[in-house]
Write a protein that binds this ligand. Structure first.
Ligand code: NAD
Length: 357
């Protein structure tokens, strides 16, 4: 599959202009563009600008509206509950995390529940935002508004979303540890990227609608197999990833009555609810120098493990994304032609010529 390399700067300008033209504010456009382009820079193309055509389809279908605004349900430290009201996800989630961070800086801890946001993207983005404030963060997220796509352990059919999980630990005057992953072996968006590229996925990631192993990503996209039963992604770590997915569904949405995966989707949208805990590490160990040396000495111990293969070094969570950001800031962001043509069509609907950026 052919692809073209784009400059991060021009993609950011294009996404911002598309979002403003569609009716959102410049601030909402800035946050969303920054989030999506940073996801591409970090190597997570599944959660980058390629998501924009899906957001614009939801807008076209009347399922996502620039007029929707989050409302605070409870602001009583340490609890912050925000109903996003299916507003644009990245600004809703970033604002909620910023509010929770201010609460945690004051009181040592904040417990955040963001309900019913439209797709909020890469969850590590919010762990990075918390780490910039010097805060530890733990996030669990569900994915509703779509059919189940991940099979429980030992099941032949899906019952979960890809329910991601992220944890960030700041290192004083250093790079934070950012662990951030879908609880499926492969993020659904990565299967979309493989499908758009016409590629197979690795064995062990997908089952078809009969529960048989397959390497064809089409089995997890209803539009690609309209006459066949939908297959499923498999959970990572067998029963362990499946258990984490179940917990994420209940913690983020299930307890509070937000959109859940077992409700039939009313509209074509992706709904995320997020449960987060933000902690000021200075309340645990006030001496920042000690915290830094304790974390860094342990990371050095881990990274010094002999690699299986010298071309594949032992990394800490977050290292890979940071290295790719440096590489792609210089070399550009590769987008396959299918993804680019979907972005161009969405831009053209709003009178924008994407090729002119
Ligand atoms: P992944 O499998 O690429 O794992 C990423 C994590 O593993 C990162 O913390 C990374 O630093 C670490 N990592 C990667 N390679 C490593 C190595 N060699 N050694 C040590 N650590 C390593 O991630 P994924 O499961 O494909 O998820 C991709 C993105 O999708 C995430 O940002 C996630 O938040 C996002 N997501 C979002 C939604 C949503 O609905 N909003 C749903 C699912 C996933």
């Amino acid at each position: 599959m052919a692809y073209r390399t784009h400059s991060p700067h021009s993609l950011d300008a294009l996404v911002r202009d598309m979002i403003v033209k569609a009716g959102w504010s410049p601030q909402e456009a800035h946050e969303t563009a920054h989030h999506l382009v940073l996801a591409n820079l970090s190597g997570h193309d599944s959660h980058g600008v390629g998501m924009l055509p899906l957001y614009f389809q939801a807008l076209k279908d009347g399922n996502l509206s620039p007029a929707s605004r989050p409302t605070t349900r409870l602001d009583a430290a340490p609890f912050l509950i925000v109903d996003a009201g299916v507003s644009l996800g990245q600004p809703a989630a970033r604002n909620a995390v910023e509010q929770a961070a201010a609460m945690a800086k004051t009181g040592g801890v904040a417990i955040l529940n963001l309900l019913d946001a439209h797709h909020i993207g890469r969850i590590g983005h919010y762990a990075e935002a918390a780490a910039e404030h010097g805060l530890i963060s733990l996030f669990w997220v569900n994915v509703a508004g779509r059919p189940p796509i991940v099979a429980p352990h030992a099941a032949k059919e899906a019952r979960f979303g890809t329910n991601p999980h992220a944890i960030g630990i700041p290192v004083p005057d250093g790079d934070p540890i950012i662990l951030d992953f879908a609880t499926s072996r492969m993020a659904h968006g990565k299967a979309r990227v493989a499908f758009n590229k016409g590629e197979q996925v690795q064995p062990g990631y997908i089952i078809d609608g009969e529960g048989r192993p397959t390497t064809e990503p089409k089995h997890v996209f209803p539009f690609a197999i309209p006459d066949l039963p939908l297959g499923a992604l498999l959970p990572f770590g067998d029963h362990k990833g499946a258990g984490l997915s179940l917990i994420a569904e209940l913690l983020s949405a299930g307890l509070m009555g937000a959109a859940r995966i077992d409700e039939k989707p009313a509209k074509s949208w992706i709904i995320n609810s997020l449960f987060g805990i933000l902690i000021d590490p200075a309340r645990l160990e006030p001496d920042a120098e000690l915290r830094k040396s304790r974390i860094e000495s342990y990371l050095a111990f881990v990274r010094a493990a002999k690699p299986q293969d010298t071309s594949n070094p032992v990394l800490a969570p977050g290292d890979k994304e940071r290295a790719l950001r440096v590489e792609r800031a210089a070399s550009g962001i590769p987008l396959d032609n299918e993804t680019w043509s979907q972005i161009k069509a969405a831009a053209a609907d709003h009178g924008i010529d994407a090729d002119s950026y």
